[in-house]
Design a protein around this ligand. Structure first.
Ligand SMILES: NC(=O)c1ccc[n+]([C@@H]2O[C@H](COP(=O)([O-])OP(=O)(O)OC[C@H]3O[C@@H](n4cnc5c(N)ncnc54)[C@H](O)[C@@H]3O)[C@@H](O)[C@H]2O)c1
Length: 277
């Protein structure tokens, strides 16, 4: 029987690298999609023939599409798993006080790379994954998205990051249950502070040790999703050695409860026709 195949975006460092190693230990072949050719190439030779590094900027649809096509072929026409994990902090401060303007004195566009790498890329990743998952011998597969505690709580220093991570939680809760009928599960993890290359080195050095979530908690969450074919649309907060499954906010009244639990037939009727372009 052929080996299961996974894609890990941002797999050359931190959480993505830990996931890559863990998938290998579970018998997977893994494609690392990252922007770091030096460590990517070193890792694929260190980790052996079941790992391939593919240079990919996940914020580019054409690059992700090439990645998925390669993964499916390299895996012998199968794709079982996607860790939509790549992420970056805000590239430009929303609060910038030094106003930059064009020649007409109009404000320049805010750099939205963080939203593109985190949220746009995960949406395109689901879109591409389902295309290949439907072609699997046994159609289906699993997606785990790396959201963040910043997808559950405010993060004033990185509002773009927080907005994108909140978006991932909404995406998981909305699309996860729908894809189950195609044997595809989508869940997300919301880690607190894990020591990786993400936070600036100055913060890593001064961060109190008692507030560090170990990588073993991240792996425990991945195993929970990998071992369950029915669990989907779940958001799990990771703090210290604990997993907390988080539900949406409470309904304030019966009307909101009805709308969000009983009205799906009405919504489906309303969206039967394709949207006017
Ligand atoms: N470390 C934490 O405390 C923490 C907490 C919550 C969520 N997260 C999330 O975990 C994920 C992994 O981050 P990490 O902490 O391991 O950081 P990291 O910086 O160690 O790893 C991120 C990896 O993503 C890659 N990457 C960045 N932009 C990319 C792009 N456009 N295309 C492909 N790859 C790209 C980087 O090269 C890097 O290898 C991120 O989504 C991050 O937001 C991290």
């Amino acid at each position: 029987m052929s080996q299961p195949v996974g894609i890990v975006t941002g797999g050359a460092s931190g959480i993505g690298l830990a996931i890559t190693k863990h998938l290998l230990s579970r018998g997977y072949k893994v494609i690392i999609a990252d922007l770091n050719p030096a460590s990517g190439e070193r890792l694929s030779s260190e980790l052996g023939p079941n790992v391939l590094y593919h240079h990919t900027d996940v914020s580019s649809f054409t690059q992700q599409r090439a990645l998925f096509s390669l993964a499916f072929k390299w895996g012998g026409n199968r794709l079982d798993f996607l860790a939509a994990n790549a992420g970056i902090a805000d590239r430009q401060s929303l609060y910038e006080t030094e106003e930059k303007v064009d020649e007409d004195g109009l404000p320049l566009e805010l750099d939205l790379k963080t939203v593109q790498v985190i949220l746009d890329a995960a949406l395109q990743g689901i879109w591409l994954f389902k295309f290949y998952a439907r072609k699997n011998k046994v159609p289906g597969g699993k997606i785990v998205i790396t959201a963040s505690a910043a997808g559950l709580y405010p993060m004033p220093t990185n509002p773009q990051y927080a907005a994108a991570k909140h978006g991932l939680v909404g995406l998981t809760r909305s699309a996860g249950p729908v894809f189950l009928k195609e044997n595809i599960t989508i869940n997300c993890i919301c880690p607190a502070f894990v020591i990786t290359g993400l936070a600036p080195p100055d913060i890593r050095d001064i961060w109190p040790k008692e507030h560090v979530t170990p990588m073993s908690t991240v792996i425990k969450a991945f195993d929970t999703f990998l071992d369950n074919d029915q669990m989907t649309g779940e958001t799990v907060e990771l703090t210290l050695d604990e997993l907390h499954f988080r539900k949406h906010v409470d309904f304030p009244n019966e009307s909101q409860e009805w709308i969000h639990t009983q009205s799906s037939a009405l919504w489906e009727k309303g969206y039967q026709k394709p949207p006017a372009s």
